[in-house]
Structures are given as C-alpha cells and as structure tokens.
Write a protein that binds this ligand. Structure first.
Ligand code: ADP
Length: 485
C-alpha cells in the first residue's frame, strides 16, 4: 500500500460513509485515486451508484428529526469541535490534499484553515437563526415567522478545493439543522473521507453527514430525482450545473449553484505597478490557475501595458514549478491530461490569431501534467480565451485605451463570478466596481475568498451565496404563523 506519511494513518479512509459506517460499493466496485504529480495510483475507493445513494438519502432522512431537534448551541459545539480537529490535523490534511490534488503544500494547508473557518463561522451563526414577530393586521392577531431547516440536503463538490467546497456547504447545512449527503469529486475523495473521520470524532451523529463516491451521473441523478432531498448545492462547471438544474425541475428542488467564471482583471494606467503584478500572480496562478475566481482575461491600459508585461513575465518566470510536496514550489501539476489539453488549445488558438508568446507556452520538463506558467500578449475578444475559462496557468493580456472600453469588454461574457481592478483613483474604483456584472469584485487585490463575505456569482455563474451570514439562508425555509385569539 502507498505510504501517505501522515502522523495519523487512520485519516486515510478508502470507503464511503453511510449511517456512521465506512462502507464499500455494492458488488465491491472500486476506482483508483491518482497523485497528479507522479501519475501513481495512491488509493482505491468505492465506485458507488444509485442504490448506495438512495440508502444514504434514507439514512439522512432518518437522522434528520433528532439533529434538527438539538439546540443551536449543541449543534454549534459539534461544528466547533470539528473545526478544531481540522486545525489540529492541518499538516496531515494538507499533505493528503497535495497528494490527491497536486496543489503546493502551503496552499493545501491554507485551504484546510479556510475550510475549517466555515465550520467555525456557521457554528457561530447557528445561534442567530432567529424568527420574527410582525405587526398584527387586526385586533387579537399575532403574526410570527419561523426559520426552519429545509430538510435533507445534497452537495456535489469539485476537485479544485477538495475540503473547503465541502465545509462551505456542510457547515451551514448542519448549523441550520439539516442533514446532508455529499458527493465529492471522484478525483479527490480522500480529503472528503478524512473530514468524515474528524466529523465522527467531533461527535456528529450517524446519518447527519453521508459521503458517497463513484459514478457522478448516477449519484447526481439519484440526488436530484429524490423528493426526500429538498435542496441541492453544487459547485462545478456551468454545463453540469445546467444538467442538475434540469434534473431538479420535476421535484422543484431548491438550488445553490456556484458555476464557472471568466474573471476579468483590469489594470488602469493609474494603478500601482507592483500591486497589480502581485495581484495578477495571486489571482491567476493560485492552484496553477485552477480556481473559478482566477483571473481569466487581463485587460491592461496602454500607458502601463509594456511596463506591466515586463514585470509580470519576470514574476512568472520566478515561480518554482514542481511536486507540491517539495519546499518552495508554488506551481504544482495540473489535475489531469484534459486540463493540460485545454491550456494548450487556448494558447494555440491565440497564437494562430496573432497573439505573442512572452514566456512559457509548453509542457514542463518534469513531464506528466506539469505545464510552464505562460504569459501571452496581443490577445483579442475574438480568441477562445476571451470566452472560455482556461482553468490553467495562462495569463492572457489584452490592451485597452478607455475605461468604457474596458468595462464593456469585461462584461461581454455570459459569466459573472469575480472581477478585479487595479487603480489608485477612488472615483474610478467606485464607478467601475458598480458597473461590473459580477457577484464579487477585488479592488487592488487578487485574493477575495473568506468565510465572512458572500461568495457567489450572477448571470450564468450561479445562484445563491455561500459563506457570510447570508450563507445559511439557503438552508432555511420561512414559515409564517398567523394566530387569532
Ligand atoms: P470540472 O470540469 O471542474 O471537473 P464538473 O462540473 O465536471 O467540473 O465537476 C464538478 C462535480 O460535478 C464533480 O463532483 C463531478 O463528479 C460532478 N459531476 C460531473 N458530472 C455530473 C453529472 N452528470 N451529474 C452529477 N454530478 C456530476
């Protein structure tokens, strides 16, 4: 067996979690988990389908009444202990994540802290899920509004944040008093299972959190079609989001969707050059460009264009590429060959249409799915990278002249998740922020994600918000009581 090198070897589980038991798939079907840095199979996990998912849903329904009936404080204590355990095992969880996902260890450890912050935050929010007493409309009347848990929930999560995308959904669901069935991405199930181990240790009762892995379309269909499941929260591609929305239509399921982005990043002539370069690097190259809020289109005003490109190329060439477990590495491998192919296609398409390669542009000498961080200039709205998310280490630079032009180009997309702008002019900063058609705007920063703020998109980037005090609303229903004397 592969040696994960963890202080606590029992954090490596190769089984699904149903009703407090670690279980295999019916018929013993399995699938391997691969380390993207080495291409080596490191674990074998159950390949479940509809039958196991239906059992998980039934178990979550059975666990609901008791969990919902606990006081907010009791639920908060479990979530709090779970967050503390994640932090106590941050090194192990980070290492496990790097091994299955590829991101540099420092980023993986950072994600564990970020993931734990959602459990802590929603543990605190639980206690503030208050109702309302409204003004009566006639004598002897009382109008009361309850906020109640929506019921059994489901979550389908992606591989790029194997821990945080789970806690950002599970935290508010459990805090609200819901139970939940989670289907983590098939590429990164080990982080999910490790969270399950710690949830049990924190005192989460059987059935409250169920984890099923395997055949995504089959599990997804079972979750969507179930009329026991009252809510689905999904983070992933817009294409799959559309399928899930359709599959949820017959049962009129509540949906939270956090889908693709195509984030514009605008640098104005009056920006601080160094701040802009650092912001581009932070936003574009985190997780090797594989996040939905990564800058996908970088618009740079003419006056600062050449100086910025020069500094950016230096900064990009200085980024160490390698196995995420190695000290100092900031660029790990891409998740798989398909991801590499997409980056290549975007580069080739741009270069054929007249863009210039400034650095990178090819497979890295390390082989496998390592790719050299790339900068291209002379990019136009006609190129694929203007319309589609690259999800890889490619920084495409567009040149623009006026603010109006930049805003129009930034908004010329069906997506609307994050946007970034760099300027020292406070009037422009407000004006442009207000005009950008996105759910989030980073101003003079490339890092915007935290548990305090509402994360989510407009247009075809999704529905609903996660994190913040708003994040729990998606897991609650209002019930209005009208009492007459
Ligand atoms: P990506 O392209 O980044 O992998 P996906 O949207 O394909 O994004 O994946 C996000 C999550 O959606 C993963 O857990 C994946 O297994 C799941 N998924 C993919 N296809 C389906 C489907 N047809 N039904 C349900 N879940 C799916």
């Amino acid at each position: 067996a592969f040696d994960f090198g963890l202080a606590r070897a029992d954090l490596v589980k190769q089984a699904g979690l149903i009703d407090g038991e670690w279980v295999q798939a019916d018929g013993g079907r399995t699938v391997d988990v691969t380390d993207p840095a080495t291409g080596q199979a490191i674990a074998t996990v159950p390949h479940m389908g509809r039958a196991e998912t239906e059992r998980a849903i039934a178990g979550a329904a059975a666990a609901l009444p008791a969990w919902r009936a606990r006081t907010a404080r009791e639920r908060a204590q479990v979530l709090r202990r779970w967050a503390d355990l994640m932090l106590a095992h941050q090194d192990d969880l980070g290492r496990l994540m790097t091994l299955e996902q590829g991101k540099p260890l420092a980023e993986a450890r950072g994600e564990i802290a970020y993931a734990a912050s959602f459990l802590e935050w929603f543990a605190e929010e639980t206690k503030r899920v208050d109702g309302e007493v409204l003004q009566p409309q006639r004598a002897g009347q009382r109008i009361v509004v309850l906020r109640q848990p929506i019921g059994v929930c489901a979550a389908i999560t992606p591989w790029n944040f194997p821990a945080a995308m789970i806690t950002r959904k599970v935290g508010p669901a459990l805090a609200a008093g819901c139970t939940i069935v989670v289907k983590p991405a098939e590429l990164t199930p080990l982080s999910a299972f490790a969270l399950g181990v710690l949830a049990i240790e924190a005192g989460l009762p059987p059935g409250v959190l169920q984890i099923v892995t395997g055949d995504a379309p089959a599990i997804g269909a079972a979750l969507c079609e179930s009329d026991v499941v009252r809510k689905l929260s999904f983070t992933g591609s817009t294409g799959v989001g559309r399928i899930l929305m359709q599959q949820c239509a017959p049962t009129i399921k509540k949906l939270s969707l956090e889908l693709g982005g195509n984030a514009p990043l605008i640098v104005f002539d009056d920006a601080d050059l160094e701040t802009a370069v650092q912001g581009i690097v932070a936003s574009k190259f985190r997780n090797a460009g594989q996040t939905c809020v990564c800058a996908n289109r970088i618009y740079v005003q003419s006056g600062i264009h050449d100086a910025l490109v020069e500094r950016l190329v230096q900064a990009v060439e200085a980024m160490p590429v390698g196995n995420g477990l190695d000290a100092g590495v900031t660029q790990g491998p891409l998740i798989d060959a398909r991801a590499v192919a997409k980056v290549r296609q975007h580069i080739d398409d741009a270069l054929t249409q007249g863009a210039q390669l400034r650095t990178g542009g090819q497979a890295h000498a390390l082989g496998g799915t390592f790719f050299t961080p790339t900068v291209i200039t002379g990019v136009t709205q006609a190129m694929r990278v203007a319309r589609e998310e690259t999800f890889g280490p490619l920084a495409p630079i567009f040149r623009f002249e006026t603010e109006e032009e930049a805003v129009a180009m930034a908004n010329a997309t069906e997506f609307g998740l994050a946007a970034y702008l760099f300027t020292e002019d406070r009037r422009r900063l407000w004006r442009v922020s207000e005009q950008l058609e996105t759910g989030m705007v980073g101003i003079n920063t490339g890092l915007i994600s935290n548990e305090v703020a509402p994360f989510g998109g407009v247009k075809q980037s999704g529905l609903g918000r996660e994190g913040s005090r708003h994040g729990i609303e998606d897991y609650l229903e209002l019930k209005y009581l009208c009492l007459q004397d």
